[in-house]
Design a protein around this ligand. Structure first.
Ligand code: SF4
Ligand code: SF4
Length: 257
């Protein structure tokens, strides 16, 4: 759960205007709303996938079955069926469907969610430039960057680590404390961008993609001053449903593969 609701790392100080009507979303309520709703949404996602896969379920195949005396009573989707069984063919069709058409459908939903972000603009609060987080240390990020990971390369090209957690906390005490509480025993590393002057990005025109694309995941916690909280609220249900479906597909793959 901590990864799904984690703060993530990333930043942006770009944007076109300051939205004076923006309302602050307290960080604790952002997190609690997501967490409270997820269980129900997960059930909704599981039910929706179950309906889809049941469309392929064969009707009474045992009547003309060549596998004798299998003695399987419960014909559930996750039951281990023998190789020549019609229900096993059903399971293989499910895997093909989930990896093909269904995955494509989810990709389209993901694209729609990201497109809706364009309806919102950065408020230039600079909160994401002053306090970015990662579950990886600076040395680990640099290693990944050297191995070709673009996100890590972008990240270390922008951010440097805070010298101490006390310094990081000063940048945004509310955000810092919530991150610490959420991550519990997991180590979090705090970073800032030295390209920031006051609240202004000094390389705005040439800022890297992680700045341009921030926030790229509506399920990540955002600073309360971030104007993209509106986007996050708008797509919250859709995003959680998508996340649940992706997780459920992985479960099907593991069980039926
Ligand atoms: S380069 Fe630095 S200051 Fe500019 S948007 Fe990115 S994080 Fe913010
Ligand atoms: S926290 Fe949000 S509003 Fe503030 S600078 Fe970053 S992207 Fe813009």
């Amino acid at each position: 759960m901590s990864n799904f609701f984690s703060t993530g790392a990333g930043t942006n100080n770009g944007g076109n205007f300051f939205d004076g009507n923006q309302t602050k979303t307290p960080l604790n309520s952002q997190y609690n709303n997501l967490k409270d709703n997820y269980q129900q949404i997960f059930i909704e996602a599981a039910e929706s996938i179950r309906k889809e896969v049941n469309k392929f379920k064969p009707e009474n195949p045992c009547e003309k079955c060549t596998v004798k005396d299998c003695k399987i009573e419960k014909k559930d989707v996750f039951t281990p069926f023998p190789p020549n069984c019609a229900y096993r063919e059903w399971q293989l069709k499910i895997l093909t469907f989930l990896a093909g058409d269904y995955r494509q459908k989810l990709k389209t939903i993901h694209k729609t969610i990201l497109e809706k972000r364009c309806d919102y603009s950065c408020a230039r609060c600079a909160a994401c430039c002053k306090l970015a987080t990662s579950e990886l240390s600076y040395a680990q990020l640099k290693q990944r960057a050297m191995r070709g990971d673009k996100f890590s390369a972008d990240f270390v090209s922008v951010f440097v680590p805070y010298e101490s957690e006390a310094d990081a906390k000063k940048a945004n005490p509310e955000y810092f404390e919530l991150i610490e509480n959420l991550m519990e025993d997991e180590k979090v590393y705090y970073y800032y961008c030295p390209k920031l002057d006051g609240n202004t990005c000094t390389i705005y025109e040439n800022r890297p993609d992680i700045c341009k694309d921030f926030p790229y995941n509506p399920l990540k916690l955002l600073p309360s001053t971030c104007s993209f909280n509106g986007w996050k609220d708008e797509v919250a249900h859709q995003s959680m449903l998508l996340k649940a479906k992706v997780d459920i597909i992985e479960f099907y793959k593991e069980k039926l593969g």
